[in-house]
Unconditional design. Structure first.
Lengths: 247, 225
């Protein structure tokens, strides 16, 4: 298929940036979206132009690096996938595809389609862990009884890969689905409950400090999340914060 | 606890609490207004009680005004803060692919409701305050009207088709606002609203029945007098 690509080009963090049009021809419908980007970059390199910078790593939907906003949707027009799992068969010959970086004040553009998601790392560092010494004295996990329901919910929350699609798709650039998942995965388990109050207070404080917006329960984040993280995690985080604030 | 209300989640909770209060008030308001359809005398008696009871006038009324002002001021403040958090807008954004129009446009439906509240205050509240507390007439009567004046005033207000039209449009916006706001308030309070079909259905019923009730009352008085 032959396509027209409208891609955000930005030389660096200080550059204003602009949309630039490119043509790519003979794209196979079996290609992944990132492979199509590789074809474009090969074309650009061969013609002496600067290739388009975009994030990618595992290319199998686990690392969460590929952060493209395609045709007005995070990770493009399909559900439950990252960009590397998006295939060109989702598009038609002659289509114009708009490709932009994930937008949020807390996700500044580094170059072209590459964004800085260190704000997520700093939120994690504020409390997204348990203070357990695991060097040699770890007890058997089965010694701690955990209900199947809690284990399942914790596992579902832990599936978050921190890609930032929730922030990118939210009209308020809110990070509450990400933080809700990170708070929940520990709050649901006995090992995490000891530091639950401190964790939620610190992580929410860091989230606010990073300049993310307020959640207005639109639910777009849940729909666009490649790992199906549920809004229930935001409700749980709200409850955890209320509980922690009353202590 | 003061730190809680400074946090983003605390402000969500504050929005939800004021929303619950306002939704409860709407129930009281529509109950009284519906009486006007069934009994002129009862409507007059209830209106006179609400308009002259010191507990309602000097206790509940200031709380209500505070609730309304608090809800819209905080709503606009959060909207501005959220817009700041977004930064550069997308060249192409397909919001309809993953969210409802109502949820994305709460600030606009809210602004329409606010405009209606201003009109409603000019129509009913300011003349009422003028009569009772400026002129000092607490009798609830007026010249040429037998008994209390409230029903007569209501009838008179809904004679104007433009006013009725404005009210109907405002109630449509109220329905749109509530269709997202009802379950959103519960979600903000930590209820897993997405899983509770009963709560969602109650929200839909409330959001449609209450505004429809107000529309019915406005049209009833317009076409029956």
């Amino acid at each position: 298929m032959n396509l027209t690509l409208k891609i955000w080009r930005q030389k660096g963090p200080q550059d204003k940036g602009r949309m630039v049009d490119y043509k790519v021809n003979d794209i196979s419908e079996h290609m992944s979206f990132l492979e199509m980007m590789d074809v474009l970059n090969e074309q650009l390199v061969n013609s002496g132009d600067e290739p388009v910078a975009f994030d990618h790593d595992c290319r199998e939907g686990i690392c969460g690096m590929c952060s493209l906003y395609i045709n007005g949707q995070a990770h493009g027009p399909d559900r439950g996938i990252t960009t590397c799992q998006l295939h060109m068969r989702m598009f038609n010959d002659g289509d114009t595809i708009t490709i932009e970086p994930f937008r949020a004040k807390a996700f500044p553009v580094i170059k072209d389609l590459v964004i800085d998601r260190m704000s997520f790392e700093r939120i994690q560092q504020a409390g997204g862990y348990i203070s357990v010494n695991t060097s040699g004295n770890t007890q058997d996990a089965n010694n701690i009884p955990i209900s199947k329901h809690a284990a399942d919910e914790a596992m579902d929350a832990a599936a978050c890969i921190g890609c930032g699609a929730c922030v990118a798709t939210c009209k308020n650039s809110s990070a509450m689905l990400f933080v809700g998942a990170k708070v929940s995965q520990f709050a649901l388990l006995p090992q995490g409950q000891i530091e639950a109050a401190e964790r939620v207070l610190n992580m929410v404080a860091q989230m606010d400090l990073e300049g993310f917006g307020n959640c207005t329960n639109i639910g777009a984040c849940e729909i666009e999340c490649p790992k199906g993280i549920s809004l229930d995690n935001i409700a749980r985080m709200n409850r955890e914060l209320m509980k922690a604030s009353l202590k | 606890m003061s730190g809680f209300f400074k946090s983003s989640i605390g402000r969500k909770v504050a929005m939800a609490l004021s929303a619950f209060f306002l939704m409860f008030f709407l129930l009281i308001h529509i109950t009284i207004n519906l009486i006007s359809v069934f009994s002129e005398d009862t409507f007059n008696t209830v209106s006179h009680f609400m308009g002259t009871n010191p507990l309602i006038q000097f206790g509940m009324q200031p709380v209500l005004i505070f609730g309304v002002v608090f809800h819209f001021v905080l709503g606009f403040v959060l909207e501005l803060k959220n817009r700041k958090a977004v930064g550069v807008s997308y060249a192409r954004n397909n919001g309809g692919a993953n969210s409802t129009w109502m949820s994305r446009n709460m600030v606009y439906s809210g602004a329409a409701i606010l405009a209606f509240i201003v009109l409603h205050f000019i129509d009913f509240w300011i003349p009422e305050i003028n009569t009772k507390y400026i002129i000092g007439d607490m009798s609830g009567t007026m010249e040429g009207v037998e008994g209390f004046r409230y029903y007569e005033e209501l009838k008179h207000k809904f004679e104007d088709p433009f006013r009725v039209g404005a009210y109907v449009i405002a109630f449509v916006f109220l329905a749109l606002h509530l269709l997202h706001g009802f379950t959103s308030a519960f979600q903000s309070m930590g209820v897993t609203a997405g899983r509770k079909k009963g709560l969602q259905n109650l929200g839909k019923a409330y959001s449609i029945i209450i505004p429809l009730g107000f529309i019915f009352i406005a049209l009833y008085h317009h076409f029956n007098h």
